[in-house]
Design a protein around this ligand. Structure first.
Ligand code: NAG
Ligand code: NAG
Ligand code: NAG
Ligand code: NAG
Ligand code: NAG
Length: 704
């Protein structure tokens, strides 16, 4: 990222914008400026400009000096001239700057202009996992990848709390990989550069998300005695580079773009992005644009599906070239026993949470209790009454949650006793809860509004009540907390992607995603299909291909690959203008004249609507690469979604060598007589005399 105001830490830039906006407010006749993200065609850069940054600065200068601009018309005395906010060169070609509408119109006439759109705010998807994922020191992905050694994960979030024990650098090799081009940032917001080490190699404050992806080993971690385990991330030996893109709870697209731009320049291998934008076309979605550049450079971008479930079509980051991660529950549940002074005992869950009268929302009640606890140290904890565990992820003091049906006993006892006492026995952590995983109620669902013809999300990872490092002051001083959300599931997938990249450095981002998807587990720990929060079977619109299965992903057998040109062919098949495609692809070197909506993707979706009068047949062509150890023969097994007829041709694929490619077609015949329901099935290529099952979900969904 070429930050133009280079020596100012980002908060100052934000401060300047804030002051600038205040200035505008004070001025009755405002020349309202908006921050725009501007895409430019670099081939128009004049010889006189030595760098792209110089070129962009001179453009903004020329807009300021335009005699007709409002600034010079003297209508806005307090406003400063427009200046560059960021010059981008890796994720996009272009810049961001605050411009008036007039300046924007003048800009559009300048040579090299491609497109511009207003800055947007992004949604942050926050609301014993390695054991549950069967990661194991003696066999599988951990040893094969050396725990993600020498992989750099770039985490875009609110920043990290570097003193956390999860970022200790015990056991890290001394040489930070030479591909790393970044630096430990100068002191940022409450951040001292001396806190960087061999583990944490870049600045900021996303402690929870980055320790989930790549936290180092810390013994004896617990939350008030629950889930007493050795805390570790999915890729404990990977380096973490955190890019702070969130200030005061707001994430602006321009900041997120700058974070991805910097991560690409710094040489990260995986970008973990637990935030996203809703309801934007791909060519205006900074995550889509920046992740295209990352994909071209072989960087895997893993992103969160969002926490707006369980309605259909609520998902963000449904971008064809990224990994989109849904959230599920784990097989761990937490409980405690409440014993009243009269001897009555109740089973409590520490996270089903709340009491305190019903006037305040539960999270506010927790906050009140936490504040009271600071003021009255004697206050030991609280009992909350609730039968819902939704959005109760801010539990910051010892407490127990009892169900409403038990509440009367507690209230009666407290009211009728002169000196009511209670003991709460916490530290009861139950493992092997069944069924698990379940799709989390909050996880956002497909079809993807930005492109419904690719099945999204891609897969599911644990996201509910994940124990990971946090800033101690926000968690009752323990340094670890439970959190729920796709913000928590995304870094699990990022960690697995890092391990795969370490074990298979030659795999493309599409190959890594394919390996994770075709090996994902559609079954829960009762060996039935994974269920949704309401205990109906979960559709792939909630869980994608299923629960991530890291050890199987190491050795997927077959692979669905895709090149940057394949994605451009997909873009060319959409009703986008040339400039809209170029805003994403950024290069004339791509062939824009070979449109194809049939991307070589490891999943299938067809959409029906009320306009359909007869049944339709949609035919998909796929190419699979043999990444097993030699010759192999696969036979197809198709489970057609209810109401459809599915045919794969041929039914057998024979490979003589490793890396050989074979193609097949899948025809799906479907009507609209499914009554608005989503139905689903799968196509599985089963290896004969081998142990690979290469599975892709098939969905028939109404248009949302
Ligand atoms: C400035 O505005 C005047 C009147 O609106 C117009 O005639 C003139 O062409 C404009 N000049 C430029 C440089 O846009
Ligand atoms: C683990 O934590 C408990 C409670 O805080 C403490 O008493 C014990 O010494 C710790 N054990 C280790 C091995 O650090
Ligand atoms: C957590 O487990 C460790 C090792 O099993 C034990 O020493 C410690 O006392 C436990 N801590 C708590 C708080 O139960
Ligand atoms: C939760 O408790 C309330 C009050 O007792 C009840 O009305 C509601 O139906 C319960 N919800 C569920 C999902 O059990
Ligand atoms: C672009 O693709 C089309 C269709 O595949 C092909 O006919 C054309 O020759 C390609 N153009 C270039 C410049 O490669």
């Amino acid at each position: 990222m070429d930050t133009v105001i280079q020596r100012l830490p980002l908060p100052y830039i934000f401060f300047i914008i804030a002051c600038f906006l205040l200035g505008l407010l004070e001025n009755a006749v405002s020349t309202e400026r908006t921050t725009y993200i501007v895409h430019m065609d670099k081939s128009f850069k004049p010889e006189s400009s030595t760098t792209h940054k110089h070129w962009y600065s001179s453009i903004v200068d020329s807009l300021n000096s335009d005699k007709n601009s409002s600034f010079h018309a003297g209508r806005s005395l307090t406003a400063t001239p427009s200046s560059l906010l960021y010059a981008y060169d890796h994720a996009v070609h272009g810049f961001s700057a605050s411009l008036s509408l007039e300046q924007l119109e003048n800009l559009k006439n300048l040579p090299g202009f491609v497109s511009a759109y207003g800055d947007k705010t992004l949604t942050v998807d926050t609301s014993h996992t390695t054991d549950f994922l069967s990661l194991n020191p003696s066999t599988g992905l951990w040893p094969a990848s050396n725990y993600g050694e020498d992989i750099i994960i770039g985490v875009l979030h609110s920043g990290v709390w570097p003193e956390s024990e999860s970022f200790n650098d015990n056991g890290m090799t001394a040489n930070i990989p030479s591909k790393w081009k970044g630096t430990c940032a100068e002191a940022g917001q409450d951040f001292d550069a001396s806190l960087c080490n061999l583990k944490l190699i870049e600045d900021g404050h996303g402690t929870h998300t980055s320790s989930t992806a790549a936290g180092n080993y810390v013994d004896n971690v617990s939350f008030f005695g629950y889930a007493n385990v050795t805390a570790r991330g999915v890729a404990p030996r990977s380096r973490v580079a955190v890019y702070k893109v969130m200030w005061d709870d707001n994430v602006y697209a321009s900041d997120a773009l700058a974070g991805i731009d910097q991560a690409i320049a710094d040489g990260v291998d995986v970008i973990s992005m637990s935030l996203g934008l809703d309801n934007l076309p791909l060519y205006e979605d900074p995550v889509a644009i920046a992740s295209f550049a990352a994909m071209e450079k072989g960087v895997v971008l893993s992103s969160s599906a969002g926490n707006d479930g369980p309605g259909l079509g609520t998902l963000h980051n449904g971008i064809p070239w990224v990994l989109t991660v849904a959230a599920g529950t784990m097989d761990r549940s937490l409980a405690g026993t409440v014993t009243l002074g009269n001897g009555l005992t109740l089973v409590a869950s520490p996270h089903g949470v709340i009491i305190c009268g019903e006037t305040l929302p539960v999270p506010k009640q927790i906050k009140r209790v936490t504040q009271a606890k600071l003021a009255v140290p004697k206050l030991a904890g609280a009992i909350f009454i609730s039968n819902s565990t939704r959005r109760l992820n801010k539990f910051t003091c010892p407490g127990a949650v009892i169900s409403p049906k038990d509440a009367y006993d507690v209230i009666n006892y407290v009211e009728s006793s002169e000196n009511p006492t209670v003991s709460i026995k916490l530290q009861e952590t139950f493992l092997s809860t069944k069924p698990a995983p379940l799709a989390a109620v909050y996880t956002s669902r497909g079809p993807s509004p930005s492109y419904p013809n690719i099945l999204k999300p891609d897969l599911m990872a644990p996201g509910t009540l994940v124990l990971a490092a946090t800033v101690p002051s926000t968690a009752g001083g323990v340094g670890y907390a439970f959190k729920s959300g796709t913000s928590m599931s995304c870094p699990h997938a990022s960690g697995v992607a890092a391990l795969l990249k370490s074990a298979h450095p030659e795999w493309s981002p599409a190959a890594i995603r394919s390996a994770m998807m075709t090996t994902a587990n559609p079954l829960d720990n009762t060996q039935n299909l994974i269920r949704d929060h309401d205990l109906e079977f979960a559709s792939p619109l909630a869980i994608g291909s299923g629960q991530i299965d890291p050890n199987r992903a190491l050795d997927p057998g077959l692979m669905y690959d895709a090149t940057p040109q394949d994605y451009v062919n997909l873009l060319s098949s959409m009703s986008f203008t040339r400039n809209q495609i170029l805003a994403i692809a950024r290069s004339e070197a791509y062939n824009l004249s070979s449109p194809s909506s049939d991307l070589n993707y490891p999943s299938f979706i067809v959409l029906y609507d009320d306009q359909m009068t007869a049944s339709r047949v949609q035919k998909f062509e796929r190419v699979v690469t043999n990444v097993g150890d030699g010759a192999a023969k696969y036979k197809v097994s198709v489970t057609a979604p209810e109401g459809s007829e599915d045919t794969a041709i041929p039914e057998t694929l024979v490979f003589l060598n490793k890396y050989e490619k074979q193609s097949y077609s899948l025809s799906i015949k479907y009507g609209r007589d499914i009554g608005g329901r989503v139905s689903f099935g799968a196509i599985v290529w089963v290896e004969e005399n081998g142990n690979h099952n290469v599975r892709s979900p098939i969905v028939v969904s109404p248009v949302i």
